[in-house]
Design a binder for this molecule. Structure first.
Ligand SMILES: Nc1ncnc2c1ncn2[C@@H]1O[C@H](COP(=O)(O)OP(=O)(O)OP(=O)(O)O)[C@@H](O)[C@H]1O
Ligand SMILES: [Mg+2]
Ligand SMILES: [Zn+2]
Length: 511
């Protein structure tokens, strides 16, 4: 019977798990030292190895012949856990068993000694789905579990767990897996499956999977062909994304304001059954690559492409400016949203391209006709004639409310450099722009001080603001609001907006 690749290739050992060394090393060391915790929390994005590691851990604590913190995978116990037949390892899907009664049953069960292994291990998946009552019931068990019970809670959304549960678990944060690591794993799996997967195709699949190895393996399943090379072009067709040449051609046509060519390209793609949503996403990532070229000092590190593609990108980036690219990105992001709702996606895509081809009010003719200048590599500020006026508002995105007025000392945001490093993998252009910036903490705001003129325009876009908030959350575990930093001298008094100031005012009025 055919087994899908991601199930067939579930990691049997910690050392086989990709891209989560910070988790697997720590667990192996603890196992070797016999330092076991009675409750673990595995959290992180989907398809990154949480369930896999939970099962490996369940095997490792129960296997009679573990070696170097790894299960043997050959004994009856290991095999029983793999096949789901060993009664001592219980997997519960909290999404469908989320009531108090489910957890009470589980609690009663923990009174039984393990039947074959040393530990009864409860793997509770999607634990954030438990009801409030169920959490309370779980808490009782977490407080004083019998010594032979281990809980492994797994979730993609740790922020939804009550603090009381969080504080009783040893927490491990799984990361999105880098495109390189995913591509390498795909090549390894392909070899085992006797598939002739080309490296460029592996990289393309990895890029589309966006950090989730399971998604990458599912995609590989979709383009699996026996006995023939699996090329990037084939993969692109198979999973419905545009060949890169189309992307270059489309942007060239946009720059030349050649709407006829734009529309005929869309028509060709449409007839090739190219998914319009996908095309829009691919165009966005194409623009992102161009932005990297214009804004980052060492773009090669951030671009996942062949040298040949790099030259194409460089040539195209030479025809564009940062504000222009930001405008294109914004337009396409809006189009991506309408596409999802629209019944006529092709029309939606065409409208977006027409919009891109029309001059923006402040944009003069594109600098296209001249031979492309050498790339103005690190571009600290956009060309003066094209630059949008710097954001006059203190708050970067329309949804953010105002940060409270400087009320004395702002605290330097010590983790900021780590946030910028984290952004390098999730949003390289923004990371590039934030080079050399600093940030301060004021209440639940993080206020950013950057000399880069492009920053204001960048952070006004939701995608960038969101990825910054995510990076901060990733590094510090804190949900924050964002603002631009102004020293108290520059700060206009905003009394009335600061709840503390208002409280103080009321207080003095009544006393
Ligand atoms: N870090 C990894 N190393 C190797 N394979 C992985 C990794 N992450 C995921 N996989 C592959 O994806 C499949 C699913 O992974 P797993 O179930 O462990 O993900 P998960 O983090 O629990 O996802 P979810 O949050 O959706 O439950 C595995 O069987 C394996 O094939
Ligand atoms: Mg899982
Ligand atoms: Zn074993």
């Amino acid at each position: 019977m055919y087994q899908v690749l991601y199930r067939k290739w579930r990691s049997p050992t910690f050392s086989d798990v990709v891209g989560q060394n910070h988790v697997t090393q720590t667990l192996r060391r603890a196992l070797l030292a016999g330092r076991l915790s009675h409750a673990y929390l595995f959290t992180g994005p989907r398809g990154t190895g949480k369930t896999s590691c939970a099962r490996i851990l369940a095997k490792a604590v129960n296997c009679p012949h573990p070696s170097e913190g790894e299960p043997c995978n050959a004994c009856d116990i290991c095999k029983g856990i793999d096949s789901g037949s060993l009664l001592d390892v219980i997997e519960i899907d909290a999404a469908s068993n989320n009531g108090v009664d489910n957890i009470r049953d589980l609690r009663d069960e923990t009174n039984f000694l393990p039947s074959q292994g040393k530990y009864r291990v409860y793997i509770v998946d999607e634990v954030h789905m438990l009801s409030a009552g169920a959490f309370n019931a779980l808490l009782k068990t977490l407080e004083e579990p019998p010594g032979y019970v281990i809980f492994i809670l797994a979730t993609t959304e740790a922020h939804k767990l009550p603090a009381t549960v969080l504080s009783r678990c040893q927490r491990f944060d799984f990361h999105r897996i880098s495109a390189e690591d995913i591509a390498a794993r795909l090549l390894h799996v392909a070899e085992g499956e006797h598939l002739a997967l080309e490296p460029a195709a592996a990289l393309l699949l990895a890029r589309v999977a966006d950090g989730a190895l399971r998604d990458a393996l599912s995609l590989l399943d979709r383009c699996r062909v026996e006995g023939e090379p699996i090329s990037a072009a084939y993969v692109a067709r198979c999973i419905g994304i545009a060949d890169r040449r189309y992307l270059f051609a489309l942007i060239d046509a946009v720059l030349e304001r050649d709407i006829a060519t734009c529309l005929s390209l869309v028509q060709t793609l449409y007839q090739d059954a190219c998914d319009m949503e996908r095309l829009c996403e691919e165009l966005l990532s194409h623009l992102r690559n161009l932005l990297i070229l214009l804004t980052v000092r060492n773009p090669k590190e951030f671009l996942l492409c062949t040298d040949e593609d790099l030259q194409l990108y460089q040539a195209q980036a030479g025809l564009l400016t940062t504000p222009q690219l930001l405008r294109f990105t914004e337009t396409l992001e809006q189009a991506a949203i309408s596409l999802r709702r629209s019944t006529d996606r092709r029309l939606e895509m065409e409208l977006a391209l027409i919009k891109l081809s029309s001059p923006a009010p402040h944009e003069s003719a594109p600098p296209a006709p001249q031979p492309s200048p050498t790339i103005p590599a690190p571009q600290p500020s956009p060309a003066p004639h094209e630059s949008e006026p710097p954001a006059p508002q203190p708050s970067p995105t329309p949804h953010e409310s105002e940060p409270p007025a400087a009320s004395g000392e702002d605290r330097l945001f010590a983790e900021w450099p780590s946030v910028v490093v984290a952004l390098q993998s999730t949003n390289p252009p923004l990371a590039g722009i934030l080079n050399g910036s600093t940030a301060y903490v004021r209440g639940d705001f993080v206020l950013i001080k950057s000399d880069n003129a492009a920053f204001g325009a960048f952070i006004k876009q939701n995608t960038h603001a969101n990825s910054l908030r995510e990076a901060i959350y990733h590094v510090t575990d804190r949900k924050v609001r964002l603002g631009l930093y102004r020293s108290s001298a520059e700060q206009q008094p905003v009394v009335g907006q600061d709840p503390l100031a208002r409280l103080a005012e009321n207080y003095s009025r009544f006393n």
